[in-house]
Design a protein around this ligand. Sequence first.
Ligand SMILES: [Zn+2]
Ligand SMILES: [Zn+2]
Length: 100
Amino acid sequence: MAKQPRPKACCTECGTVSIYSEHIGQRCAARSRTGEGGRCEGRFKAATAWDDWIACAACRATGEHEGEACVQCAGDGWHYRLRPGAPTPVPARRPGLTRG
Ligand SMILES: [Zn+2]
Ligand SMILES: [Zn+2]
């Protein structure tokens, strides 16, 4: 099983990913994953940095697990690092630490 291509954009609303850089800045319009029946009104945000994406550990970025779409990544094979709820490889242990 081949790996899924690393995505290049991620919807800020529903988390749908796109492997096409042409989608950056465009309407997502994916069918809602939340079951509300409408279309997503989010837009694709550029996520082209190498470390924006974490290979799905459950399916090893293939998008499939035992012949079915991976439930961990919805078949995408990748998790967007900055998405709320995404697995965080490094836990924030020092909340008082400030940048710069
Ligand atoms: Zn969306
Ligand atoms: Zn997966």
